[in-house]
Structures are given as C-alpha cells and as structure tokens.
Ligand binder design. Structure first.
Ligand SMILES: Cc1cc2nc3c(=O)[nH]c(=O)nc-3n(C[C@H](O)[C@H](O)[C@H](O)COP(=O)(O)OP(=O)(O)OC[C@H]3O[C@@H](n4cnc5c(N)ncnc54)[C@H](O)[C@@H]3O)c2cc1C
Length: 604
C-alpha cells in the first residue's frame, strides 16, 4: 500500500515512475490483510484527542525508542490521510448521523481508529490502487507485475536502478532510475509462522543492506497477542484476530487449575466457569487500559498466564477472548455487525462459533518495527535510495501501536516521500537516464545468476520449507517473546549451523528459467537466515528490555520491561561489513524535547 500510494502521488506530480511487485497486481499486496483500522487525530469522537496526544501515545507506545520529530509529523499528517481516503471513496464506517465512526485500539484512551468493518486494509488499498490506475492511464506510471527485486544497483555511491527476476519467465531484467524507493513490507516471516502473507519477505531490504544501506533496530519485532494458535504441524500461516476485538472482547483464564485441567479434557465448557472463578488478568493488572493495553504488554501477560499453567487449550498455549458480556450488553446483531467477518474467519478455521463460546487466542509474530534506517526525508544511507512503510524503521520505536502501520504507510506514501524526494532529484535534472548496459549492471547480474545456480544441485535433498521451519523454531524459542543472553548466543550458534546446512543441503526442483516457487522460496529463506543473524546480534547487543524487546535479565518485579535510558536511548543502525565479519554499529542518539520520558505504565 505504501508503494501504490507513493507511486500514485509521484505520478500526480509528473514524475515518470516504474512499479515492481511480486504479485499479479499491486492490489494483492500484503496490506490487503489489514483488518482493524487506521489511526488519525481527528477528534470526531470529541474525547479530547489531539495531534499532540497521538504523538505522545505513539512515542510512549514505542517505549521511547523512536525519533521524536518523525512521530510528530506522522501525527500531524494522520488527519489528511483520512480526508484523502474519503475523497477516494473509501467506505469508512459511519455513525447514525453520517459522521465517520471510530473505535479504540491498544495503548490509547480515545477513539481514534477509523475502519471499514474488519477490511480496512483492503478498502484503503483499493483507494490507493484506484489512484495508481489513474496515473497508469495517464502514462505517468508503468507497473511490472510478477517481478521480484534481486538486487540494487549502486553507481558512484548512488542508487541508480534495480535488477528483478521475471517470476514467469525466470529471466533477469534490468531497470535504471534516478532514484529507487523500497516499499516491500516487513520481515516477520523470518519466524516461519506469522500473520504475514506468504509472499512477505525481507529480501529487498537485505539486498539494500548488503549494498550499504544501514539496517535499524532489526530485533524490534512485534508479537501480536490475539492470533489463532498453531494447530497443525504443517500449518504455514497464522491468522490474526484483529485488535479491534479487544474493544468488546474480554481476555481471561480460569483461576483454578482444576478448571484448566477439565477444559483441556473437554469435560468442562468455558461458559460453565463461574464469574468469580475467572481471572480477567489484563483488567486486573492494568485497570486504566484494561483489555486495550498495547500489544507487547498484552502479549507478555498472556504468556505469563500460560507459563504459570493456566493456558486453556490442550497444549496450554491459549487464553480466552470472550464476547459474552458484550453480547448481553449490545445484542447479537450489533456484535455481528461489528465483527461478523472475523467471527466467520475464526469459525471456518476452528469450527467454533465465537457467539457461543469464547475464542482461544495466543501470541504470534506479526510486524517488524525494524527496517532500513532512513533520515527525516525517508532516504537511507545510500543517496537516492528511499524506504517507506513497514520496510523502514521510522516511527514505531520498540513497539507499534495498533492501527498505526496503515497510518504510517499512507503518510509516507501520499504525503512525505513525494515532497522529500524532490530534494534529491532537483540536482539530477541534468543527469542522463541510467544506462542499463553500465558495467555495474553486468556485474550485479552475474552475481545474481551465480547465486541462483548455487541453489541447483541434484545431490541435495531438503526443501526451502524444511530450513525455514528450522529457522522459525530457533527464532521463536530464542529471539521471540522471551530473550536472554544465553538464549541469544545459542540462537546465533544454531543459525550459523543452519546457514551451513542450507548451503550444503538445499534442494530446488524445476528450472531457473520458468515459474518456480521453490526457487523463490529458497532465495528468500537464504536471506531470512542472514536477517535472523542480525536480529539476534542486535538483540544481544541491546542489554535492556524495551517494548517488544524483552530481555529476561532486565525486568521489573512485575515482569515488565526495564529500560536502560542511560546506555541504550539510541537507534541501532547496523552497517554491513562483509559476510564473514560482524556488522558495524552506528548509534543514532534519541533526544526528546517535547515529551517527558517516563517509565512506561498502563496501570494509571
Ligand atoms: C493480518 C494483519 C492485519 C493487520 N491489520 C492492521 C490494521 O488493522 N491496521 C494497521 O495499521 N496495520 C495492520 N497491519 C499491518 C499492516 O497491514 C502492514 O504493516 C502494512 O500493510 C504494510 O504495508 P507496506 O505497504 O509497507 O507493505 P506491503 O503491503 O507488505 O506491500 C509490500 C509490497 O512489496 C512487494 N514486494 C515485496 N518484496 C518484493 C521484492 N523483492 N520485489 C518486488 N516486490 C516486492 C509485495 O509484492 C507487496 O506488493 C496488519 C498486518 C497483518 C499481517
């Protein structure tokens, strides 16, 4: 969505834009999955919202690890995104009087999330896609579908083009440019099981990193509290149950272990457990925010509950998300109106209707706050290379608040990049168009072809999925919700072993000059293995807990994050230093002039 919105706006400004995407249409980008909504400080609910408050909530939500100026600009521009989308015809929910309706998401005490049932991403993407098509028709934008970026071309220190693999013919194609914008989304699929689309990958940002763009805060990855738990050995994707459900759903586990046992044996139904025997642990522990605490806080609380033996499914890794109170208060029609398609999705996957029984949910990898380091203009450390949306690190610090990814992606695409990129391009007016026969294109193509060739050998036997699953197990156990010095060192050793095993054992069937999903997967998995190394390395370096980065050694007595502002109030921006050497750390020190730095607390 970031890419479509940027291309549409750049086209409108008269730039000549080329768009590349893996899917058969930009309309099928992963953003289509976004459910719950998009934030804006409109204050239509008249509940004391303001630009400052959205700015404050976002900085606090990110545990004081994001850049103040960027977040203020994000909050300011949030409102025009809603206006733009309404003008495009995005069918946001409206109240009885016709005003745009809003609801609450985690980490806020106001209603600032605008939504279109649980299909907000799809509707926003359709808006951006419509704007993009307008520019295609005008001839300003050309879209190349079924193309996967394989490498960045850097000539004389500046980004001057890309090479892509045509996913249908298998041919490598060259494209020159005066500037390159990366909008390729996040890398949560490094965990194998995640809520992200199967095509979501970290390869493009990894190629840019290897060409000199710094990678910021790679270990800041978000585990979302409310997902349908893994329930089949070969399941490859997890399904999110939107945070919007926590507006009306209450999270609980039984207070008594014997009830837990009987639930697991299926001799007791949740509805038979007395109100007094239920532990609404989020409401108890965080009375000011209740079920709407931010994701990192809710995730840890669910994990603590399950680790203490109160998990409610057969393997003890689930808590209830219960709508029975809301059904009594609001009635079935209203609840179905609000969440009907999420309920249908849940029922299709689990066969249980959440109207009759509470959902069972468990945390799962969902979003990556880390990404390419960008300056205030969204330019990376390579001149002429920009990164927007989830692909950059910009605004969310150590934890993203719900409904703020769409806000950031569209703010970046519609309202920041189109204006900042001119700062760079203004000097390029006399620079001739990049010649794709330049020797750097030749060298880059040879490297890509060699890499692809190295994956084909008849003497090997393990699939890309085999290695991806193995990587996911290491990452989930040691670089997931609960990190420690020993665990991270163990992970680094295991990932190194896996890397060697991959090189010696990966088997790719089919041909390189054809549609070949196995080859696509193998290339992405090999990048995921290297990204995983950088994530673990960064997590090991950051000897504090903040937001979603929870180091077991650094916690309060309540089990919350213990930040170390003296030593770690910085963005870690890593520079590639050759494949066999450790990366170089650059610190962007964070300074807060307009906000009081406090211990993050959702109790009061
Ligand atoms: C289930 C789910 C629900 C969510 N709900 C919400 C929500 O309610 N509100 C909210 O704010 N956020 C939500 N999010 C997060 C949000 O959807 C994403 O952060 C956001 O959509 C990312 O947008 P993007 O434009 O940066 O990237 P994407 O939408 O991921 O698009 C990336 C594009 O890049 C292309 N691409 C990737 N790699 C390459 C390559 N190498 N070469 C060529 N093309 C490439 C892909 O084909 C794709 O078109 C949700 C996320 C999930 C998983």
């Amino acid at each position: 969505m970031g890419g479509s919105s940027a291309a549409a706006s750049l086209g409108e400004l008269g730039y000549n834009v080329k768009v590349f995407c893996i899917n058969d249409s930009p309309r099928r980008a992963h953003s289509i999955a976004a459910q719950g909504g998009i934030n804006a400080a409109k204050n239509y609910a008249n509940d004391n919202d303001s630009v400052y408050r959205l700015f404050y909530d976002t900085i606090k939500g990110g545990d004081f690890r994001s850049r103040e100026a960027n977040v203020y600009r994000l909050a300011e521009l949030s409102n025009v995104v809603i206006d733009q989308c309404v003008a495009q015809g995005v069918p946001f929910a409206r109240d009885y009087g016709g005003m745009l309706h809003s609801r609450s998401f985690g980490g806020t005490q106001v209603s600032r999330t605008f939504y279109a049932r649980a299909q907000t991403g799809q509707q926003l993407l359709l808006g951006a896609y419509g704007a993009l098509n307008r520019q295609i028709a005008k001839g300003n934008v050309k879209v190349y579908t079924r193309r996967e970026m394989m490498d960045l071309v850097v000539i004389n220190g500046e980004a001057r083009g890309i090479l892509v693999r045509n996913l249908v013919s298998g041919r490598i194609e060259r494209y020159g440019a005066h500037a390159v914008v990366i909008a390729t989304g996040g890398y949560s699929n490094v965990f194998f099981h995640s809520t992200n689309a199967m095509h979501s990958n970290g390869s493009a940002i990894w190629q840019c990193y290897k060409k000199g763009a710094f990678f910021a805060n790679p270990s800041f990855t978000q585990i979302h509290p409310t997902c349908i738990p893994v329930h089949a050995k070969h399941a490859s994707k997890l399904t999110l149950m939107s945070e919007s459900l926590r507006n009306d759903g209450r999270i609980w586990t039984p207070k008594k272990k014997e009830d837990v046992e009987r639930l697991r044996l299926n001799t007791l139904q949740p509805s038979q457990i007395l109100e007094t025997d239920r532990d609404y642990f989020l409401e108890e522990q965080y009375p000011a925010f209740g079920n709407l605490v931010p994701r990192d806080v809710a995730t840890r609380a669910c994990k603590r509950q399950c680790d203490a033996g109160y998990g409610v499914n057969k393997i003890g890794k689930a808590v209830f998300l219960d709508f029975s109170d809301a059904l009594l208060r609001l009635g079935r029609d209203e609840i179905e109106d609000r969440y009907g398609n999420l309920f249908q999705m849940y029922q299709k996957i689990t066969t249980v209707n959440p109207i009759n029984q509470p959902m069972m949910i468990y945390p799962a990898p969902h979003y990556t706050m880390g990404g390419l380091w960008v300056d205030y203009n969204l330019m990376t450390t390579i001149p002429g290379l920009y990164a927007i949306g989830e692909a950059n690190f910009s605004d969310h610090g150590a934890n993203r608040l719900g409904a703020s990814a769409l806000m950031q992606g569209l703010v970046d695409g519609y309202f920041i990049l189109p204006y900042t990129i001119g700062d760079y391009l203004a000097d390029k007016i006399k620079v001739p168009f990049t010649d794709v026969n330049h020797p750097v294109f030749d060298e880059t193509e040879v490297t890509i072809k060699d890499r692809i060739s190295s994956l084909f050998s008849d003497n090997r036997s393990n699939s890309a999925d085999f290695f991806h699953q193995a990587l996911g197990r290491i990452m989930w156990k040691k670089v997931g919700m609960d990190r420690s010095d020993a665990g991270l060192r163990f992970a680094l050793r295991k990932i190194e072993e896996l890397k060697s095993a991959f090189l010696e054992g990966i088997y790719v069937s089919g041909s390189r000059y054809d549609l070949n999903y196995e080859l696509e997967k193998a290339l992405r998995v090999s990048d995921f293995i290297e990204i995983a190394q950088l994530m673990a390395f960064d997590a090991l370096n950051r000897k504090e807990s903040c937001g979603s980065h929870f180091r077991r050694e650094m916690q309060t007595k309540e089990g919350e994050c213990l930040r170390d502002d003296i030593s770690f109030m910085y963005v870690s921006a890593w520079e590639f230093n050759g494949i066999d050497n450790p990366p170089i750390l650059h610190k962007e020190i964070l300074e807060y002039d307009y906000i009081n730095i406090i211990e993050r607390n959702y109790i009061l």
